[in-house]
Every structure is written in C-alpha cells, then in structure tokens.
Ligand binder design. Sequence first.
Ligand SMILES: C[S@@+](CC[C@H](N)C(=O)[O-])C[C@H]1O[C@@H](n2cnc3c(N)ncnc32)[C@H](O)[C@@H]1O
Length: 254
Amino acid sequence: MTKNIILKNKSNVLFFINRTKNNILHNNNSNRNIFPNALVKKKKSREYFSQEYWENRYSWYTQEMDWYTNFNQINNDFKIEEILKENFTSPKKCFFLEMGCGNSTMCFDLYNLGYKNITSIDFSSIVIERNKEKYSNTKIKFIVCDFNRMNEMFEKNQFDVIIEKAGLDSIAVKGTPEVPFTLQNIYEKMFYVLKNNGIVLSVSSKNPQFWKSNVFEELEKKKLFKCIQIRRTTFTNEKNPILMNLYFYYLKKI
Ligand SMILES: C[S@@+](CC[C@H](N)C(=O)[O-])C[C@H]1O[C@@H](n2cnc3c(N)ncnc32)[C@H](O)[C@@H]1O
C-alpha cells in the first residue's frame, strides 16, 4: 500500500514522498518495464534528442515501457485528474495531445479512465505504426510529428490539454547552449495548438531551477504560459536502487 507524505520546501515546491514497501514502486498490473537502466547512462542520454536514435531503438525495443514511472503513479502523486476537474467542467470531453508517446501506455491508461479524445505524437514512425496497430480497437489517434512542427500538423486552438512525460527531457539532456531556445520554441508551438484556457501537464526529471531559468521565465515574459504548480515525487525501483527525483510542471496558457 502506498502512503504519500506531502511537504513543502523553501521554494514552495510541493514534495511528495512515496512510502511503498521497501521504498520501491511497482507497476501492479503487468510486467511492463519501468525506468530502464538506459536512463541513468549519461553518455547515451545525449542522443535522446535525435530521431535516428529513437527509430533505431524502437526497431529492436518492442516492449511496452514507461519512462520514470507509469501513468497510475503520476496520476496518484501529481493529482492529474484533480487538476483536470479544477480546470474543465467536463474533463472527459477534453481534447488531449500527448507529446512523445513512445512505447508508453499513458495514452491507453488515460483512455481507459474515460478520456477518449486523445492524439499521441512522436517523431518515430516505427513506434507510431506499432501503436496504431496495438491500439486499433480504440479511438486514440497516433501521428508522426516532430514537436517543432506541431503548428503545421495541427490547427490553432485545437487541444485543451497537453500532457507529456520525458518527451521534452529528450531535448533538455542534449546539454548544448541552444537547448533553452529549442524548448522555448517548442512551447511556442504548444501555445499555438492549445485552446485559450488550455493547460500543460509535464513530467520531467529536470529540476525546477532548470525549467524556470531556461524556459518558464521567458514564457511568462512573452505572456505565453504561467507555471501554476510544481510538484516533486521521489522513488526508487528494483533495477536502480538510487533515490530519484521526478518533477511535475503544471502550466496554463496566459
Ligand atoms: C524518453 S522517451 C519517453 C516516452 C514516453 N513518453 C514515456 O513516458 O515512456 C521520449 C520520446 O519522445 C520522442 N521524441 C523526442 N524528441 C522528439 C521530437 N522532437 N519530436 C517528437 N517526438 C520526440 C522520442 O521518440 C521518444 O519516444
């Protein structure tokens, strides 16, 4: 049984500690992989921004896999459904855009909770084709699309909610000077496709200082997005017994 402790640190970041047996998070309902070793191999992580890297990876990695943790856990820790209820009178009618879906089951988990209008994008055509087949009995739309081209693929004000887990982190880990501009640019595309009362729910291993100084402050200056809430959860898993921080960023279109 999981028990959450909620604390606040000096910068007012809500801080959740998952107290699970042995402090290990389990994915209860399947043998899906969570948080693979690859994530902590820093050298490799530099390649995560590259389409070629992901096409290659998905050509051999066909299993379902959720980076960091699964949707049920983030829904529980970060109160995703509560935020949806606070923002929308009929959250289940909202139009969702999931950025960088990969092999994750997040879209399917959301779908099973009753959120039926979901579009999931990724720039890997291999993973998108596989998802189309795997979820052919659902109404989830899978589209090959680079984050940088969302404004060409979608109409203005098309979505109520953008949700992403570890998608933007793939760009952030590149660690080069242009990363902040690339991320700000992607947020501009997100602004374009979101409706006026739209929200962004982002799960990242990058800390608040990184996001605030490189992206959020600029977005607020440009009157695009305001960061409403930041939360943190801490967990370990069986393969990597290192205590990891995972952050949740909830932004609203200004
Ligand atoms: C770390 S994985 C996360 C996958 C999934 N969201 C999860 O939580 O398990 C990052 C995903 O983002 C996709 N991605 C990275 N950069 C992208 C870009 N510029 N445009 C579209 N997809 C991108 C990759 O193909 C990969 O599937």
